[in-house]
Design a protein around this ligand. Structure first.
Ligand code: ADP
Length: 166
């Protein structure tokens, strides 16, 4: 069985992430979305919320792939891969500026555990998209409805309302 990991914080999942996960699901028998738990990094959504948003976004996608699973990841992605016998990591490349860091990371991961990293070119529609930018725009009331799955949009709006009431 050919399996791949799509790692990240997914705080929250965007249409850019979702596009990569769904495209990877056509190339592999199973795609495991590894959601990082980093206690030193403040996140808007908890690990359980981030995982549930990914599951719902995948379920609601027009392709609704059944071979995508979502799991929490502590520590190194290569350890996550090793524990599950997974050989490949799939990452989206948005721009040349992503490349230096991603190449270094891919080489490190290969040297640590022989895991291969495959880069997928981001859909140009989503090349400028990051979770942090989405959160920032949503925080100030900007329209991000074309950038995130509906379930995420709903959550971002609820958080904005909660903040306005506080
Ligand atoms: P990190 O945990 O490194 O901050 P994210 O959780 O934001 O990263 O994203 C995880 C991975 O998803 C990235 O390393 C990248 O491969 C991919 N990704 C992020 N944003 C996009 C996008 N707009 N389009 C395609 N892929 C993306």
């Amino acid at each position: 069985m050919r399996r791949a990991v799509c790692p990240g914080s997914f705080d929250p999942i965007t249409n850019g992430h979702l596009d990569i996960v769904v495209r990877a699901s056509k190339l592999f028998d199973e795609v495991v979305v590894a959601v990082s738990i980093n206690k030193n990094k403040a996140t808007l959504f908890t690990i359980d919320e981030r995982m549930e948003l990914i599951r719902e976004a995948v379920r609601n996608h027009p392709m609704s792939p059944s071979n995508v699973v979502v799991d929490a990841s502590h520590g190194l992605v290569v350890d996550f891969c090793r524990a599950r016998g997974i050989q490949s990591i799939v990452k989206g490349l948005r721009a040349v500026s992503d490349f230096d860091y991603e190449l270094q990371m891919a080489q490190m991961n290969n040297s640590l555990a022989g895991v291969e990293t495959l880069f997928m070119s981001t859909n140009p529609q989503y090349a400028f998209l990051s979770s942090s930018l989405v959160k920032e725009v949503a925080r100030y009331g900007g329209d991000v409805s074309h950038l995130v799955p509906d379930v995420v949009l709903k959550q971002l709006r609820e958080r904005a309302v909660e903040r306005a009431v506080e």
